[in-house]
Design a protein around this ligand. Structure first.
Ligand code: AMP
Ligand code: ZN
Length: 113
């Protein structure tokens, strides 16, 4: 296993507030929420970032985007939500395991950067 924070969270070696889990993905609350609701969804298989998605692993990304609306509904995000993935240094990606931020529960800024 790579020395990766999110791989350790998925493995249960580091505690997290689980929101959803299935065979392929794990979702949990961000430890430093940037909106009233801030959930992270990650593939269980280690993919370093959005730049590493390819024909061999993209099915899990499709699955993530099928699960996101279910999480949004469970979280009561009836008025919308934002999905973000940071990729690489310019985007300030701090954890090198592909993850999608699901943000909502309040009116967010029009600015994204
Ligand atoms: P990024 O900056 O896009 O790489 O996002 C990484 C996210 O992981 C940040 O929003 C952090 O607050 C979050 N994070 C870091 N450590 C933990 C942790 N132990 N449990 C939950 N979220 C975490
Ligand atoms: Zn990982």
């Amino acid at each position: 296993m790579p020395d990766c924070l999110f791989c350790k969270i998925i493995a249960g070696q580091i505690p997290s507030a689980k929101v959803y889990e299935d065979e392929f993905v794990y979702a949990f609350r961000d430890i430093n929420p940037q909106a009233k609701t801030h959930v992270l969804i990650v593939p269980k298989a280690h993919i370093a970032s959005c730049a590493d998605i390819n024909g061999e692993n993209s099915s899990v990304v499709a699955h993530i985007f099928e699960v996101i609306p279910k999480i949004a509904e469970c979280e009561g995000l009836k008025n919308g939500f934002r999905v973000i993935t940071n990729c690489g240094p310019d985007a300030c990606q701090s954890v090198k395991h592909l993850h999608f931020h699901i943000l909502g529960g309040e009116q967010m800024s029009e600015r994204m950067a």
